[in-house]
Structures are given as structure tokens and as C-alpha cells.
Design a protein around this ligand. Structure first.
Ligand code: SF4
Ligand code: SF4
Length: 434
């Protein structure tokens, strides 16, 4: 792992890395990720491996400071659906719901940080574990408490919820009036969605979701986004599923992630898509999306200039997730003490005697170092600025404690995908060439 001094040195560097990727027809792609610059040149053109960038500041390693401006409240572990790939295996274990005492302290902590930093707003996201809106009474108490804290402090509260879209008309109306954003899990056409996401009684969950999405969008009062999970069942027709969603609900941002073999998915047998197949179909879907003006997103396909791109997600001390038992987690996928990966991602808990959270500072500091530069071999990779070593949960699931220094199990596919997107940006005829 690089030392603190090595990271800090980059602060004064004025040179940035240039990557050269040979392709067909005696050409090469010249890619400068830190400046988001891309060229196609003959292979014979001499290009240096670094370029002067006097106005540019490279990403620097800054140990996180427990300054949480937002919180992910994982309200419960129960669900009205039985998605075949559920990472939490929700609905099966003993029912757990977060206590209001935990909720209050989590919100208070975020509010205090935001006040201290002179922010104008704070953010609360309600998420799973299970389906957060099944804890509707608790949700209403949370909203009331957020409003109270807003009035007291002058901070605006941004409320978001992640949901399966299967809720009543009453809940739908409440969301419209009280929430800023909702992310709804939807996996494509009704057929594949119902195959992926049956109800607890084995019926399809698309019809109710459809009615709710129509109503949410018609209100114009709440931001709606889609989250698709890609399995071996929908990967090959990714373009068809994206086009279906776009034609049914034009303009909604479609985020997608390939599923990971964990939770229920691991126990029923593998349906995770082949990573190379996913890369190929994603690049194709991206091309179709550009032609139709559709916005699709995938975490690996995010191109941003530094400085905020050295960690794949907020796992490096940015995520303040609280699970139903009051444990603090850096990865919202790890949401119970009994998860085998809990020792790798949980960094504190709610102490009922103290009535407050206690953070394990050593653990928090270890999580803070989960940046792409810690991974052996990623430093020299042209895809490091968008792959960033990939999801830590995926790596920990595969490599255990070694995950800190190990590349993504999808490394090759991630590089292919990145190259495919670069080829697409350069308008090359063939965008995916393994
Ligand atoms: S480590 Fe992976 S699963 Fe966990 S929060 Fe980050 S992206 Fe999500
Ligand atoms: S895991 Fe592989 S693709 Fe990702 S940054 Fe590291 S070397 Fe590059």
C-alpha cells in the first residue's frame, strides 16, 4: 500500500499519466483520464507517458474524518418480495426493525456534522436490508423528526428512499408529499422483472410497481430513478430491457449493476451474468441509449476527472450506514452482525447504555485506506479511474481479508468494458473487441 507521503506527493505533481492502448489498423488510443482527454492516433506517433498539467490537482489520499453529511438508515430486514437474487435473503430471518432511539441519534449526528461544516442541507436515505416502506409508521416518525431538526437548525433535509415499488396508494401519496427522491428496483420487461422479483406469495410484482411509478412521475414532485439488476436471465437482452423502460417511462435515469453471487443468489445457484458478456451487452446498450437519448449508468462506466475518484464507493469512511441492530456499516450490503463479512465492514455500533453510537476508530481508519492505490497492480491500469478496483464487497466475498490488496475478480471484463466505452466515444465502428 502506498504511504501517506506518497499520496501527499501527488498533490504537488504537475504531470499526469497518459495511457496508450494499441488497437487495430496500426492505430492507438491515447487516453488521459485525469484530464478526460481522448485521441485516436497512428501507432507510429510518439507520445510521452506523462503530460504537463499545471492547473491540475491530482487525487490525494486524505484520511476520512467521520464527517458524515448523510446517513443510510437500513430500517428493517423484512420484505414483501422474494427476489431470487436478494443479497440479504430478506424475509426469511427473524424480523428486525430499527428502534427510534437509534434513528434519532443517527440523524442528530448527521445534523451536527452539517452544522459544524456550515452546510445548508443534510441527507437521509431509507434503504434495505428488506423493504423500508414496510416500516411505514417508523418512516412517518423519521420524516417528522427530520422536519423538526430542519426547523431547529435551518438546514434543509433531503429525504430519499430505495424501494421495490410494491406499496399501497396511501404510501405512494405520502412519498409524493414528503420525499425528494425514490430509487425503484426494476429489472426490465414485466416478464423478466416478475421472474427476478416475485412477491412473497409467488406472484409477479410488476403490476403494482407500474401503477406506483405512473403516479409518482405524474405528480412531478419527487425524483424517480430506476435500479436494474442484471443476471444471466436479462443480460443478453439488455438493450431490449432498457428500450422498454425508456418507452414506458421516458426520461427516467436507469442505473444498473450486475448481480453478485451472495445471499439468496448464492444459496439457489449461480445466476450472476458472465462479466465479459455483461461488459459486451452494456457497451452495446450504451450505444443504443446514446442514439435514443436514454440515460443509463453503471458504476464502472462513470468517467470523472479526479480528485474524488480514488475509491469505488463511499466504503472508505464516507458511508455512514446504520443497520436495524444499530451497527454502523461502511457497506450497506452488510447489514447484520451475523453477516460473515461484518468484521470487515462494520465499524461501530449503538450503545444502548450510553444512548449513542460508539465508533471503532482503528477499524474506521482501516476502511479509510480502501482506495484503488492500495490494490496491487491497479496503479498502472488505464481503467483505474472508473473501475477503482471495483466493489469491495465483491472482492471481500471472493478473497476474504486479502481483498484490500486484490484486484477485482472482474478485472479483465472491467478493462474490456472501459475500452469499449472509449471506442464508443471515439465513434469507432466496432465498439467491443475482446
Ligand atoms: S462496497 Fe460494494 S456493495 Fe458495499 S456499498 Fe460499496 S459498492 Fe455497494
Ligand atoms: S481491478 Fe483491474 S480493471 Fe480495475 S483498476 Fe485494477 S487493474 Fe484496472
Amino acid at each position: 500500500m502506498p504511504t501517506r507521503q506518497q499520496f501527499e506527493r501527488s498533490e504537488v505533481m504537475t504531470k499526469v499519466r497518459v495511457f496508450q492502448i494499441p488497437i487495430e489498423d496500426e492505430k492507438k488510443i491515447v487516453y488521459i483520464p485525469e484530464l478526460l482527454k481522448l485521441f485516436l492516433v497512428p501507432k507510429t506517433v510518439k507520445v510521452e507517458n506523462y503530460v504537463e498539467a499545471p492547473d491540475h490537482t491530482s487525487a490525494v489520499f486524505k484520511p476520512p474524518k467521520q464527517q458524515f453529511r448523510r446517513c443510510d438508515l437500513i430500517l428493517n430486514n423484512f420484505c414483501n418480495l422474494r427476489c431470487i437474487y436478494c443479497y440479504s435473503n430478506a424475509g426469511v430471518p427473524l424480523k428486525k426493525e430499527m428502534s427510534f432511539a437509534i434513528v434519532q441519534k443517527a440523524i442528530d449526528r448527521v445534523v451536527a456534522v452539517c452544522l459544524g461544516l456550515g452546510e445548508s442541507k443534510f441527507g437521509i436515505t431509507l434503504t434495505g436490508g428488506g423493504e423500508p416502506l414496510l416500516s411505514f409508521k417508523l418512516v412517518q416518525r423519521i420524516v417528522r423528526y427530520c422536519r423538526t431538526r430542519s426547523k431547529e437548525t435551518g438546514l434543509v433535509c433531503k429525504l430519499a428512499v430505495v424501494s421495490n415499488g410494491n406499496f399501497s396508494e396511501k404510501v405512494c401519496g405520502y412519498l409524493i408529499e414528503n420525499f425528494d427522491n425514490i430509487s425503484i428496483s426494476i429489472d426490465g420487461t414485466p416478464e423478466v422483472h416478475n421472474q427476478h422479483r416475485p412477491t412473497a406469495t409467488g406472484k409477479g410484482s410488476f403490476t403494482l410497481l407500474e401503477r406506483n411509478v405512473d403516479r409518482l412521475l405524474a405528480s412531478g414532485k419527487i425524483g424517480v430513478g430506476f435500479r436494474m439488476t442484471i443476471s444471466s436471465y436479462n443480460v443478453e437482452q439488455l438493450d431490449k430491457h432498457v428500450l422498454f423502460l425508456h418507452h414506458r417511462w421516458p426520461g427516467v435515469l436507469i442505473g444498473m449493476e450486475p448481480l453478485e453471487n451472495t445471499g439468496r443468489c448464492a444459496s439457489i445457484g449461480t445466476i450472476a451474468p458472465d462479466p465479459i458478456k455483461f461488459a459486451k451487452h452494456f457497451v452495446h446498450a450504451m450505444r443504443i441509449s446514446k442514439e435514443h437519448g436514454i440515460q443509463i449508468r453503471y458504476s464502472i462506466a462513470t468517467f470523472k476527472a479526479v480528485p474524488d475518484t480514488i475509491s469505488f464507493c463511499g466504503v472508505n469512511g464516507q458511508i455512514f450506514g446504520v443497520d436495524p441492530e444499530g451497527s454502523i456499516t461502511a457497506c450497506t450490503r452488510v447489514n447484520t452482525k451475523s453477516d460473515p463479512l461484518a468484521p470487515l465492514f462494520q465499524y461501530g455500533s449503538f450503545d444502548t447504555k450510553l444512548g449513542d453510537f460508539v465508533i471503532d476508530d482503528d477499524m474506521y481508519a482501516r476502511l479509510g485506506a480502501l482506495v484503488v492505490d492500495s490494490i496491487l497492480g491497479c496503479n498502472d491500469c488505464f481503467a483505474r479511474y472508473n473501475c477503482k478496483g471495483d466493489c469491495c464487497h465483491l472482492r471481500a466475498n471472493k478473497y476474504g481479508t486479502d481483498f484490500v490488496i486484490r484486484k477485482s475478480p472482474k478485472c479483465y471484463a472491467n478493462r474490456l468494458l472501459t475500452l469499449g466505452l472509449l471506442r464508443l466515444a471515439l465513434s469507432l465502428a466496432e465498439v467491443f473487441k475482446p
